[in-house]
Structure formats: C-alpha cells, structure tokens
Design a protein. Structure first.
Length: 391
C-alpha cells in the first residue's frame, strides 16, 4: 500500500476541493492510504470526515512553521507521493518533495494558477514547481495551452485531466422541491447559475441578461446558488434591485444539495469571464439541463456549440439572453442538446474516469507498472502495492 499526502490551501466549497475529496473517495483503498492536509476547518473537512478520514489541520498563517510541519508530516506519515492543488500549494508541495525526496503531482485548476505577472518571485515559484513536480495537471486544454504559451513549465511535465463528476448523483430526475423552496411555480422558466460569488464568475453579466429576459416574458425566474460570504453579495443585490429584478432573482447561498438545484432548472448559465474548467456546467449536463456558457476557457473544451450546449462571447448579456430564449422557444433544439450532453458527460467527464487517470500518473511518478498492465491483475503491480510503504 502506498501513502498519498493531499495538500490544499482552500477549504471550499469549490472545484479544487471537490476533486481532492473525489480522489480520496475514488482511489482503491486496498492500494492507497490517504493523508489530507488543510489550513483550517471548512466544507472539505466535513466531507472528508464523511469518508471516515480525519484531516490534518496545519495553519498557514506562519509560513515557516507551516512548512516545518509539512516536512514533519511527510516523514512521520511515511508519505510516498504528494498531490498538491492550486499554485500556492504547488510551491510548498514541490519544495517538500525536493527536500524529502518524494515525487509530487500538482494540479492547476484555473487561470489564476497560470496568469501571474512576470517577476523574480514568480520565476522562483515556478522554478521550484518545475524541479519538484513529476507532473503538473491542467484541468482543461485551454488552460494547458495558456501555460505553454507563457512558458512557465516544460511541455513534457504537463498533463490534462478534466474534472469528473459522480454520475450516480448528477442525473436527470423529477424533483421540483427546490423550486417550491424559492417560490418558483411550475409554469415559470427557471434559469440558474451555480458557483461561489467571485469576480471571475461575472454575475453582473448574468443579472443583465436576466433583465433582458424578464422584458421578453413574465414567466422567467432566476437563481444563483453559491457561497456568498464576501463583499460581492451586497453589490449584486444592489444591481439586481436597480434592474427591477427584486422579485425575479434569488441568491440561494451555498447549497450542499447542488443536484436538487440543477434538477429544478430549465436552463443553466455560465456567465464567467474566466474558467479553467466548469465543474458545475458538467454537473448540469449530466442532470439533463441545457447549458449556455461563455467562451471563457474551460467551456470551449466541454461543449461543441450547437451540439451539446450553446457558447456565447464573454461579457455579452444580449447573447446570453438570446441563447436562453432560443432554448426556451425551440423544444427540438433543447432535447437534442440534452441528449448529446448526457452522452458527453457519461463518456468523458465521470469521476471514475478522472480517478483512473490520476492513478496512472501516480503509478508513473512512483515508477510502478500501470493497473492492468503487463503484470495483469494479481501480477507484478499487486505484489508491489501489497508492500507497507517506502523503505
């Protein structure tokens, strides 16, 4: 059995945190032992405890003390491989890997991981990651291309693994309960977005598109579900009210039951100005909800315009409104988009497939044969993985 230290400096909810939890849940427990290090309590610690794993809380307020604690954790827990998430964590994971002589796989989840200004400090940061990482994973092909264009890291050290979702949770089902909770009636057309209230989500554009749709039909209603603990909620509520949408738009806050939110929608919208990969959009696809998304990075890899979703320019509320209205008015288009999206989600974006691809990277980094490789089930891999860690 091999030991993995999962290192992440955010506590969620969010895409990086979800991938971290999915890896802990999905990797074969007979082959892998998990240690997860987080800076504080939060969504991710609650989710990990549901799996039966007690996370290690290591505060990052004192960076020197944090790093000393991280090295001690790697040595005391006899860690065989470190998995880091996001740029800030990747630096410390890579430095620990260099000093403790263990392989490291890092994952970049969004544009903020690759769009750093050119400076000496950032050159040092990427230099440590380059030296200390066996692989750096990008969650989308556009993010991969952008990193290559910026020449931060060599092409041979990169891999693309899209985020995956649990298709047993996110699936079409008739659940109108969430609509009733927020006062939306059956004849209303509910358009929604899911994601924490952050600048790159560009919810002002979503609200302006909502205003245009409200002018076209009195049946439109709108909801945004996502963590709203921050300064943006007040600004968005003010914009909503100034657009005359007080009775049309609900900010639902963080919802642990995102699948119920999605099943309540008639159309899902990604209005972001930048996305490394939109996990919520794939969740909507798998839930049988048609998607309108901006061409903001990740969605262009997920969707083919007109086949399994509709793509529109960034920052264009008129285009978003026109696409949503097109889906509402054309039942044949809606059904075709949903059918194609369901196939795409099942074939290319399942959590099980994502976990298999990460496991292949881990085995490569450890110098072990692939699962089902020439050793076959019960062969050389099983014999190697039956060991009790390093040394």
């Amino acid at each position: 059995m091999r030991s993995i230290l999962h290192l992440i400096h955010v506590t969620g909810p969010g895409g990086a945190e979800t991938v971290c939890v999915d890896l802990v849940r999905g990797l074969d427990a007979s082959r892998w032992r998990h240690v997860v290090c987080v800076p504080e309590e939060g969504w991710i610690t609650r989710e990990l405890r549901r799996t039966g794993l007690e996370p290690v809380v290591l505060p990052t307020s004192d960076r020197a003390a944090f790093f000393r604690g991280l090295l001690r954790l790697v040595r005391e827990q006899r860690i065989d491989l470190v998995q880091g998430h996001l740029l800030g964590t990747a630096f410390y994971a890579s430095l620990a890997g260099i000093l403790a002589n263990v392989p490291v796989v890092n994952t970049f989840h969004g544009a903020s991981d690759v769009r750093l200004p050119r400076s000496f400090a950032n050159r040092v940061r990427y230099g440590v990651i380059r030296r200390g990482s066996a692989k750096v994973v990008l969650v989308s092909e556009p993010l991969h291309r952008e990193l290559l264009d910026r020449r931060h890291l060599p092409a041979g050290g990169l891999a693309v693994i899209p985020n995956g979702i649990d298709t047993s949770v996110f699936r079409p089902r008739d659940d109108r309960g969430f609509r009733r909770e927020i006062g939306v009636e059956d004849h209303h057309v509910l358009v929604g977005a899911v994601g924490n209230l952050r600048g790159p989500k560009d919810y002002p554009t979503f609200l302006r598109a909502a205003a245009l749709l409200a002018e076209r039909s009195p049946d439109y209603r709108f909801v945004v579900a996502g963590d709203d603990r921050g300064p943006l909620l007040g600004e968005l509520v003010g914009l909503r009210d100034s657009l005359g949408l007080r009775d049309r738009v609900v900010f639902a806050g963080f919802r642990p039951d995102v699948e119920r939110v999605l099943n309540a929608l008639d159309t899902f919208v990604v209005s972001s100005s930048s996305e490394g990969f939109s996990l919520a959009a794939v969740q909507a696809m798998a839930s049988g909800v048609p998607v309108v998304a901006t061409r903001c990075g990740g969605p262009e890899e997920i969707f083919t315009h007109g086949r399994d979703g509709l793509l529109v320019p960034v920052g264009a509320p008129e285009e978003i409104a026109a696409a949503v209205e097109r889906i509402r008015a054309d039942g044949e288009l809606r059904d075709a988009l949903v059918r194609a999206a369901l196939r795409r989600a099942a074939d290319d974006f399942s959590a099980a497939g994502m976990v298999r691809r990460y496991e292949a990277l881990y085995l490569e980094a450890l110098g072990l044969p692939a699962v089902g490789g020439r050793g076959g089930p019960g062969g050389a891999l099983d014999a190697e993985m039956a060991g009790v860690g390093r040394g």
